[in-house]
Design a binder for this molecule. Structure first.
Ligand code: HMG
Ligand code: MG
Length: 298
């Protein structure tokens, strides 16, 4: 069966913008987030406290958060890789963070300047201290279904990384298809493998990039397996500057078209969201890659 309600975890301001090389003004970012809230999104990953030289676009994280006026009940997690990032997030009064792990050696090196094992030396004290401060911690696993340098990724390797994040205290695990290569059979198999390792589907979220146009099929497969949290990016913005061939995330509008059609509640207003993505496309000077935005805005 399908769930009656799905939580959309909006990553546009973070995953969407991190890949834009032209720096977007902090006021535009703040308005983007405010408009996403107006459209009914209640979980919005707003920015990253990573090294500003690694992702210059998000160097304004603290200033952005200071500008936001989020209503009660809106969750605003931020990406944090290490204790230095946690210090900055705490100083900005963040209540929720997301740690991001790699399932492969090569991406751990390229994205975190680390190794598959050593990344946990960075995450362990960060998660422990965040939990002690009363924060909520999400865990991402990247390259779950394929890696641009290593090709196939052994499923056991993915599960091992994810299960370790859950053991460390992550309340939720987001399974990243960083380069958008997954197909539905892999999604079914990975969710089953996590279940067999003691990480139930109630702890899982899915995060698909749409490079090969499989994101919606993969999402529906995950929903049928019991997943109720889906990551997506308004307008289909996104990509990872440290992952070759990564394109935008599943567009929130494309996701919403499917969920609305299935009668699944999200609380999000499609018309307002499309208007937001059209406005944002104007700011970025290029059209949204979302099929639904193109269809409805055309
Ligand atoms: P490093 O160079 O190894 O860092 O980078 P370090 O620990 O050796 O420290 C070097 C210097 O950087 C020190 O300063 C630190 O204080 C400073 P110094 O003492 O030399 O003056 N530093 C920092 N400054 C500000 N904020 C920080 C920070 N950390 C250290 N947080 C590091 C290691 C992890 C920091 C770096 O590799 C990094 O920032 N990586 C982030 C890359 C990134 O953001 N990638 C995109 C997000 S992941 C993604 O998109 C995938 C996802 O969407 C899921 C999916 O699709 O699969 C989540
Ligand atoms: Mg991503």
């Amino acid at each position: 069966g399908l769930p009656g309600r799905v939580t959309i975890y909006e990553v546009g301001p973070r995953d969407g913008l991190q890949n834009e090389s032209a720096i977007v003004d902090v006021a535009v970012k703040a308005e983007f987030i405010q408009r996403l809230v107006d459209a009914g999104l209640t979980t919005i990953e707003t920015t990253s406290f990573v090294h500003p030289k690694w992702v210059p676009q998000l160097a304004d994280a603290a200033e952005l958060l200071e500008r936001l006026e989020l209503p009660e009940g809106v969750r605003a997690p931020v990406l944090v890789p290490n204790e230095r990032g946690l210090d900055r997030a705490l100083a900005a009064n963040v209540r929720e963070i997301a740690i991001f792990a790699s399932a492969t050696e090569t991406f751990a090196a390229k994205n975190l300047n680390s190794t598959l094992d050593d990344q946990f030396a960075m995450f362990t004290p960060t998660i422990q201290r965040a939990l002690a401060e009363g924060l909520t911690v999400r865990g991402y696993v990247s390259m779950c279904y394929g890696d641009p340098w290593e090709g196939d990724v052994p499923i056991d390797q993915v599960v091992k990384v994810g299960a370790r994040l859950v053991e460390l205290g992550c309340h939720e695990l987001s399974l990243g298809d960083t380069i958008g290569v997954a197909t539905p059979g892999q999604v079914t198999a990975l969710i089953a493998a996590f279940d067999a390792a003691g990480v139930g589907v109630d702890k899982l979220a899915v995060h698909f990039h749409d490079t090969y146009g499989q994101a919606l099929a993969n999402t529906l497969t995950a929903l049928r397996a019991g997943v109720t949290t889906v990551d997506s990016s308004a307008g289909g913005l996104g990509g990872c500057p440290y992952a070759e061939s990564a394109t935008g995330n599943l567009a929130t509008e494309d996701l919403l078209w499917q969920l609305d059609g299935l009668g699944i509640e999200t609380g999000v207003d499609l018309e307002k969201l499309v208007a937001t993505s059209v406005w944002m496309a104007g700011q970025l000077g290029k059209p949204s890659p979302s099929r639904v935005v193109q269809a409805l805005a055309g």
